[in-house]
Design a protein around this ligand. Structure first.
Ligand SMILES: *Cc1c(COP(=O)(O)O)cnc(C)c1O
Length: 390
């Protein structure tokens, strides 16, 4: 293999992933399975390596958002059960069956359509029923006056002969806001409603092997209370998001680049498109080969600083498509070729996300296909991936 270009790259620390997984598994206790959410290419970390690592660690399930994502894992030999959280058009049911994928069922119309196609295939489709307890996204509406029709709808889906109802789940809207009493209250009410729906179904003889609701927020804030049969952490597996640091979780991704050029600018020089930044004095400015096409959001222009061997270097001027500029004045240890951490263990992605006015999910997902992923174990590269050549 040709040597991978070390322009800008993402290091994926599989030991940190293992540490995070084990911490989460201990936190929720032995009777509870852990489903690893690996949708969106494992939040930009590389779904294959992440899924393989989770499989080795003993995870009980994986979740993705689409059939393509599920197929990618199966084709690569992942044998863990995989749940598709999002929509699959009914004409793809034969593929769900062929690849042994579990599908979320979110309403009556889909249950009926899936059942019909599964019948023509002569094979039962494994499903998890999704209950809408207040997020108002996907799932059987069960709040307030919808309770009885919701329960009846779910019972009907479960009675269809070509569907096998293995699980039931719901999703929380504000479980990651422990400091807001109204959010804690809302989450408790969602959980309560979920339990009441399950109880009503059980009364009618419908039981589920896997009842699950806890996303990262709930694993952090209501670990035992809301664990049930399985938890569904995403962001905290990757060592970021609210509460990750307090649990001692470690960031899995480090986004790194190198200094490509350094120049000494005269006082009053304008930097980058729009000439928005002007040097106060003589400034030693470095050009970094990372821009918004690599996933460095342009909204971070002039609003952040990156970690170098000589401390934090403030970003100067607008972020371009392929490059950005930083102030290296007084940082004599930083030379052309020196490494710069955009985010990682020295400077958290959570902090950078806050500076961009967004959440860490968006920053790790944004790391683009031209940024190679280097997978590390014990500090050694054990795999590389560059999506551009696929
Ligand atoms: C994305 C997702 C999760 C994981 O959410 P995190 O906040 O990353 O833990 C869990 N469940 C569902 C249904 C999701 O869509």
């Amino acid at each position: 293999m040709e040597q991978l270009l070390r322009r800008t790259w993402a290091e994926i620390d599989l030991d940190a992933l293992a540490h995070n997984y084990q911490t989460i598994a201990r936190r929720v206790g032995e009777g509870t399975k852990v489903l690893g959410v690996v949708k969106a290419d494992a939040y930009g970390h590389g779904a294959l390596h992440v899924a393989r690592t989770l499989e080795e660690l003993g995870a009980g399930y994986l979740a993705v958002s689409s059939l393509d994502e599920a197929r990618e894992l199966r084709t690569a030999g992942i044998s863990l059960p995989i749940l598709i959280l999002g929509h699959t058009p009914e004409q793809y049911v034969p593929q769900l069956l062929a690849y042994d994928i579990t599908q979320a069922v979110t309403c009556e119309a889909k249950a009926v359509a899936y059942n019909e196609v599964a019948r023509t295939c002569g094979q039962k489709l494994k499903i998890h029923i999704k209950v809408d307890t207040g997020m108002s996204r996907l799932g059987y509406l069960c709040a307030g006056s919808h309770f009885q029709t919701g329960v009846e709808g779910i019972l009907h889906a479960c009675s269809l002969p070509w569907l096998e109802a293995e699980g039931i789940f719901t999703h929380f809207a504000v479980s990651d806001e422990p400091d807001k009493p109204e959010s804690v209250d809302f989450t408790r009410r969602q959980f309560d409603l979920f339990l009441r729906v399950i109880a009503a179904l059980e009364e009618r003889g419908q039981r589920f092997a896997l009842r699950h609701c806890a996303n990262s927020g709930a694993v952090v804030n209501f670990p035992r209370e809301m664990a049930l049969d399985m938890v569904r952490p995403g962001i905290i597996l990757y060592g970021c998001g609210d509460g990750a640091a307090e649990l001692g979780l470690r960031p899995v991704m480090a986004l790194k680049t190198t200094v490509s050029t350094i120049k000494i600018l005269d006082p009053g020089s304008a930097v980058s498109y729009g000439l928005l930044y002007r040097t106060a004095g003589r400034e030693r400015v470095g050009v970094l080969p990372i821009g918004y096409a690599d996933g460095l959001l342009r909204s971070l222009s002039n609003r952040c600083a990156f970690y170098t061997a000589d401390g934090f270097a403030p970003l100067r001027g607008r972020i371009c498509m392929d490059m950005c500029m930083v102030d290296l004045t007084g940082k004599e240890h930083v030379q052309v070729g020196s490494e710069v951490e955009i985010f990682g263990s020295h400077s958290s992605v959570d902090k950078l996300a806050a500076q961009a006015g967004t959440i860490p999910y968006e920053l790790t997902c944004a790391v683009s296909k031209r940024v190679p992923r280097l997978f590390l174990r014990r500090g050694k590269v054990v795999g590389t991936e560059l999506r551009m050549y696929l």
